[in-house]
Design a protein around this ligand. Structure first.
Ligand code: SAM
Length: 231
């Protein structure tokens, strides 16, 4: 299936509300466990001097879970949509875990511009994470240039995203499954995301052709792709 890009930023109010109100907790917990597993395998522990950055953090679901899982680190969630960042800040304020989120802050910025700000200069990024971001990025080089510019020799990258279905029929089947659980706005967004997603081959080839072969790309089940490792 041909890739059909979708707008990078999620700005529409009804889109933001639908996304925020949906329950994605199972996948989110799964992602945190996958990252934890990877760090344990690499013998990496995160504490006071470590900075975790969550790119395209949306309403902060993953950022909050990262902040709770690694309470001694500093966690920064970044999103280019002001509406999403407002939502993330609101969620932090009303969280029953509020006292465990003091290590978390948000920045509203396009990921392509963050190298221009100096918020990170005090610390190197130890863990660079994203979930469901890559498919939003129109040009793959923008995503990889960003993670390259934010990474140093200590940075562990872990990025998870949807995998583009093989054909339109499979995409429509996934859309139909989604509609059983989520509202129409979210279902349409999910369908647009599936069509905008990259394939394993596109991501893998990009890393191989752009001197990024220290990053590994693998398929996680039949719906997801993971890019991880050092840049
Ligand atoms: C599908 S949501 C995922 C949110 C969150 N990571 C999660 O898993 O719940 C994708 C988010 O990436 C943000 N985004 C997309 N392109 C971006 C860019 N170029 N710079 C910053 N944020 C971006 C969107 O605004 C949106 O909030």
């Amino acid at each position: 299936m041909e890739r059909i890009p979708e707008p990078e930023l999620m700005k529409k109010k009804e889109q933001v509300i639908s996304y925020d109100e949906a329950d994605f907790s199972e996948g989110e917990v799964n992602l945190i466990n996958q990252i934890n597993h990877y760090l344990l395998r690499k013998n990496i522990s995160l504490n006071e001097e470590d900075l975790i950055v969550d790119l395209g953090c949306g309403p902060g679901n993953i950022s909050e879970k990262l902040a709770i899982k690694w309470p001694n680190t500093e966690v920064v969630g970044i999103d280019g949509s002001k509406e999403m960042i407002l939502r993330a800040e609101h969620n932090k304020e009303i969280s029953t875990n509020q006292k465990n989120l003091k290590n978390l802050r948000y920045i509203c910025s396009d990921i392509k511009d963050i190298k221009l700000t100096n918020f990170l200069l005090k610390k190197k990024v130890s863990l660079l994470v994203s979930n469901s971001l890559i498919h939003h990025i129109t040009r793959l080089e923008d995503f990889f240039n960003t993670i390259r510019s934010l990474s140093s020799n200590i940075t562990v990258n872990f990025h998870k995203d949807l995998k583009r279905p093989l054909d339109e029929k499979s995409a429509l089947e996934l859309k139909a499954q989604c509609s059983k659980k989520y509202n129409e706005i979210l279902t349409n967004d999910y369908y647009a995301s599936l069509r905008a997603s990259y394939t394993f081959k596109e991501l893998k080839n990009f890393t191989l052709e752009n001197d990024l072969s220290s990053l590994d790309v693998f398929e996680d089940g039949d719906k997801y792709l993971i890019v991880y490792g050092n840049v």
